[in-house]
Design a protein around this ligand. Structure first.
Ligand code: DGY
Length: 324
């Protein structure tokens, strides 16, 4: 690279990755870590060769339809890219890359965490202790639901869904049922002794736990609606580490309030960081603030994966994680 490309990093990243980026590129960092406004973003598209966004940057047509755009690649920090208008980017000749693989294990670990928390009432217990309300051990205290040996339904059997199956099957002896929009290689299903069903309607009534691992975006918006929640067993639990929009939050709140399902555990929300007030009233719900990939190891690896994609692109090769 004769001239160093100008790149904008829209949020704070792990320090080791910011340093490494600065060795190769003319980097503008977001030291305040405040999300960019729509007008900041339009300005960036006019000035930088590459913009490195995250899930907190909502990049619609108005952000990308910029006269004399300078940006040639949006190298997203994260595997999900439903916050980016892929069609407009393609029309404007802007490449998009993401960061698969490197966060799959940690995201599956967090889905397991949520599953255990909601089944074993860990959130209730912690709240009780911190409030100073624990009166001591008793046989009927905060009795939850056993996880081992139960049936887990996995919706979306990509890398993260498969890591979830691995943990649930080998760690907890769970029976795995899968729904995926395309046929899964039988050899992959066999690794977890899993069986694939053709419809979500077939999966839901069989499962004690249902974990979502599909992408967000228009195709999967409100995939879990009231009709589908009604198909779940009345003591079953829903876990979502995918995208908030996949679940209709009002329908979920109704199901939780009327106890038509056993409980739910969410890491992602439709209007992050705002939480639907109805959800906040549900005791049989565990909530975490979008922590799926939040380990030092995964967050650094995500940054280095962005760097790999940028290097590919500016060296004239196809970026390894080109999604559009
Ligand atoms: C991801 O990688 O998609 C995380 O949810 C953060 O965007």
């Amino acid at each position: 690279m004769a001239v160093k490309p100008n790149i904008l990093v829209t949020r704070r990243w792990p320090a080791v990755v910011e340093q490494k980026l600065a060795e190769t590129y003319n980097v503008e960092l977001n030291r305040s870590d405040r999300p960019l406004s729509p007008s900041d973003f339009r300005d960036a598209i006019g000035r930088f060769d590459a913009v490195l966004p995250t899930v907190t940057d909502k990049i619609g047509p108005e952000a990308l339809d910029v006269p004399r755009a300078q940006t040639k690649i949006l190298a997203n920090y994260g595997v999900g890219f439903n916050h980016i208008d892929v069609d407009t980017a393609a029309r404007r000749g802007i490449a998009i890359t993401n960061t698969p693989d490197v966060l799959s294990e940690c995201t599956a670990d967090l889905a397991m965490t949520l599953m255990l928390m909601v089944a074993r009432r860990a959130g209730d217990g912690e709240r009780e202790l911190r409030a100073g309300n624990w009166t001591g051990w008793r046989p009927t205290h905060l009795v939850g639901t056993k996880v081992s040996g139960k049936t887990l339904g996995i919706i979306g059997f990509g890398r993260i869904g498969q890591q979830m199956a691995r943990r649930a099957h080998f760690g907890f002896g769970m029976d795995i049922v899968v729904y995926n929009r395309s046929a899964v290689d039988p050899a992959v299903l066999a690794q977890y002794n899993a069986r694939q069903v053709d419809t979500i309607e077939t999966l839901l009534p069989q499962c004690d736990f249902v974990s979502l691992h599909c992408p967000g975006g228009a195709e999967n918006r409100n995939m879990i609606n009231s009709a589908r929640l009604d198909l779940m067993k009345e003591d079953a639990f829903l876990i979502n580490t995918a995208r908030g929009e996949v679940v209709n939050e009002s329908a979920l709140a109704q199901a939780l309030m009327f106890d038509t399902i056993g409980g739910a555990a969410l890491d992602v929300f439709e209007a992050e960081p705002r939480i639907n007030p109805m959800l906040a009233q549900c005791d049989n719900l565990v909530m975490l603030p979008h922590l799926g990939s939040a380990t030092r190891e995964a967050r650094e690896a995500m940054g280095f994966r962005v760097l790999d994609n940028l290097n590919d692109f500016f060296e004239g090769a196809a970026p390894r994680d080109l999604v559009a």
